[in-house]
Design a protein around this ligand. Structure first.
Ligand code: ADP
Ligand code: MG
Length: 677
């Protein structure tokens, strides 16, 4: 079988991939536009319009769950909000008494004057469908922000439960606020859209076209956002929140943006949906709807834009077309073989059971969904692996990295910093100074507080006392992303990359704080944004070239498939991409063999040569000796020694801390040649 597929695919293989994608897109668009013409069946066109509406919802939820990794179980609430915004403002539900207040709105065509039931005139709301689409999107986005602001600090399960609650609250409010929504009976007389004076009426075809255009627009927006600074920030949050913050992503803001964008998609879809049905009832937006949309994106491939569309169409059409057909066939089969059970079986009511089975099968056999968001990288060829891209540091084009170090000026001044975890004093009044352009090393036994020192400098843990000044600013108390923006970038002892993103994407996230693109320019992509992206790519590749041919040939590969040493290098590259003035490296050579360690030490030396200031935690004393100007020794949260590497090696307290009081004499000769601690 695979050979047949290969034979079919062969003539297309010569066409460049971008062109093939364009052709596929064109065919798909043509088929979608022609469908009502060659398949002139109103019920089927209506099913397709419904499927397209669900595809729009799935695209919105995909931004929240797929891109940003926030599990939202109450997404249909935003669908309801959009639906009722249009439903209420275009029906006879609200009829306040007419007054001069409404005159300007009458001129705008938003309301009309209507004779009241008893006497005088009342207001009839006549909001246009086309105006309602963006308006409902805005209202839903506003609700998304209002709901998200207090809750998005919650993670994982907690967030899921809160969204579940929200998804329940909205239909309940709708059901009980009868004066506004007409309760369970539903709105009636919602106006059909008008275009050039013609009403859409009850024919499904115009709704189908609007729905298809909406899907096309939302696919476009999704893809543009995904491939931008915004999408990278979202995916960084999904992959590793702490690392995202440390690389300059304002997590709260970007989570809210994702929530609001997803809500906006649902709000606009809600308008289309009620306009088509010309009614809205609370049970159109309950928990099963949220779950169904979630199943659609899981089925299509979490995080995959086309997957969300495919999943929505497949499951909707399964429900409205194929299950009926299948039921018919099974019934005929039952009559044929004389089985009463088969002859009367009806699959349509068991749709939720069937969804359940589909979900279980997908999780067991194809977790990445119909159209996976990430393709497994192809293995590198021998030539690629051995391509020579090694350039000397002098040949690299790294303007702005390091810059001019002024000797004698303090870059980082840590004064009397104390960090306590409950009863444990991890740092006890630590004072430390990093001069500009220097490499300062921090050594000490395991658990002595070295990583905690990095965490407090980068805003990951709060300090109980002390001060940390970076150049002229106090940075203690700032958020992690603000500290990165000031010019302090770090790596983590236990590598924290964004595993499903490529090497290049990881390094691009490192530039987050240095790029300006907002959500709107990410979608519109004006020339300034294009230039920024081009420059960001070029800068990322230049940073990768610091590591010779280790990372450059792998720029397009997912980080999860890299070797340990290459992941360490990627993490350093990501930190460097943010153009730091101070680089914090937490045990950068851990897990590297001696040759790799030597190579990395050379590269760090090269960075120092560029004028970059480095604070380094390192266990291998030979590395410390070759690199560091000054060494601080921590033990149980105290600085027990400070000096040049040679001075520190001879220090009695240091020997004692590392080797224990008894072994001190015996081991005096060994320290300094091998790994310590
Ligand atoms: P090092 O990097 O020198 O090996 P750490 O800074 O990681 O040491 O840890 C110093 C001490 O603080 C250890 O005893 C560790 O268990 C404790 N510690 C570190 N982080 C936390 C935390 N988030 N909560 C509680 N204790 C912590
Ligand atoms: Mg540590």
């Amino acid at each position: 079988m695979p050979s047949v597929a290969a034979a079919v695919a062969r003539p297309f293989a010569a066409i460049p991939e971008a062109r093939r994608k364009q052709m596929g897109l064109l065919l798909l668009a043509a088929a979608a536009l022609l469908f009502p013409l060659y398949h002139n069946n109103d019920a089927d066109i209506d099913s397709m319009a419904n499927a397209a509406a669900y595809a729009s919802l799935a695209l919105g939820l995909n931004i929240v769950v797929g891109f940003t990794g926030l599990l939202d179980l109450g997404y249909a609430a935003f669908f309801a909000i959009g639906a009722y915004v249009y439903g209420i403002l275009s029906s006879f539900q609200l009829q306040p008494d007419w007054s001069s207040f409404w005159v300007p709105f009458q001129y705008l065509g938003l309301v009309a004057q209507m004779p009241g039931e008893s006497s005088g005139f009342v207001v009839h709301f006549t909001l246009s469908f086309w105006l309602a689409l963006p308006l409902a999107a805005l209202v839903a986005a506003g609700c998304g922000i209002a709901f998200g602001a207090p809750t998005l600090r919650l993670k994982g399960d907690y967030l899921a439960i809160v969204t579940l609650g929200f998804g329940e609250i909205v239909p309940i409010v709708v059901r009980n606020w009868a004066s506004l929504t007409n309760g369970a009976a539903g709105l009636n007389g919602v106006a059909a859209p008008q275009l050039f004076g013609h009403s859409f009426g009850v024919n499904a075809t115009p709704y189908y076209y609007v729905a298809i255009l909406l899907v096309g627009f939302l696919v476009f927006v999704s893809i543009r956002l995904r491939d931008s600074r915004i999408g990278r920030a979202w995916m960084a949050i999904r992959e590793d929140e702490i690392a995202a913050g440390a690389m300059g992503v304002n997590r709260t803001r970007f989570k809210l943006l994702a929530f609001a964008t997803g809500a906006a998609f649902a709000g606009a879809t809600g308008v289309l949906y009620v306009a088509k049905l010309q009614t809205a009832t609370p049970d159109m937006f309950g928990f099963p709807v949220s779950v169904m949309i979630l199943v659609m994106i899981v089925f299509g491939g979490i995080g995959s834009v086309w997957g969300a569309v495919a999943g929505a169409f497949f499951l909707q059409l399964l429900q409205s077309w194929w299950l009926e057909d299948l039921t018919g066939w099974l019934n005929s089969l039952g009559r044929l073989v004389g089985s009463r059970w088969l002859a009367h079986i009806d699959l349509v009511p068991s749709i939720e059971l069937i969804f359940g089975f589909i979900l279980v099968f997908m999780m067991l056999y194809r977790r990445q969904g119909l159209i996976p968001a990430y393709r497994p990288p192809s293995a590198l060829s021998f030539e690629q692996q051995h391509a020579v891209v090694q350039r000397g540091f002098g040949e690299l084009n790294l303007p702005g990295l390091g810059g001019s170090a002024r000797p004698g000026v303090t870059a980082l001044g840590v004064r009397g910093v104390t960090v306590k975890f409950g009863g444990l004093v991890a740092l006890n009044g630590v004072t430390l100074e990093v001069p500009e352009g220097a490499v300062v090393a921090v050594i000490g036994p395991n658990g002595s507080g070295k990583s905690t020192l990095f965490n407090v400098i980068t805003g990951l843990v709060p300090a109980d006392a002390g001060s940390i000044r970076f150049h002229d600013d106090e940075i203690l108390g700032l958020h992690d992303y603000q500290i990165l923006a000031k010019g302090i970038a770090r790596t983590f002892q236990n590598i924290r990359l964004f595993p499903n993103l490529t090497v290049l994407q990881n390094v691009l996230v490192g530039q987050h704080a240095r790029l300006r693109t907002g959500a709107l320019s990410a979608v519109i992509r004006p020339p300034g944004t294009r230039r920024e992206e081009r420059e960001a790519d070029a800068w990322a590749m230049e940073i990768l070239a610091i590591f010779g041919n280790r990372l450059v040939p792998r720029a397009g590969q997912a980080v999860s498939g890299l070797s340990y040493a290459n992941r360490r290098r990627t993490e350093i590259a990501r930190a460097l991409a943010s153009r730091p003035r101070l680089l914090l490296l937490d045990e950068p050579t851990a897990g590297m063999n001696p040759a790799e360690t030597l190579e990395l030490a050379e590269q760090i030396k090269g960075l120092k040569g560029l004028g970059l200031t480095v604070l380094l935690i390192e266990h291998k004393l030979d590395v410390v000796t070759t690199l560091a100007d000054t060494v601080y020794v921590l033990d149980h949260g105290d600085v027990i020694a400070k000096g040049t590497p040679a001075e520190v090696r001879r220090n009695e307290d240091v020997l004692r801390a590392y080797l224990g009081r008894n072994a001190q004499a015996a081991a005096a000769g060994e320290v300094g040649t091998e790994h310590v601690a």
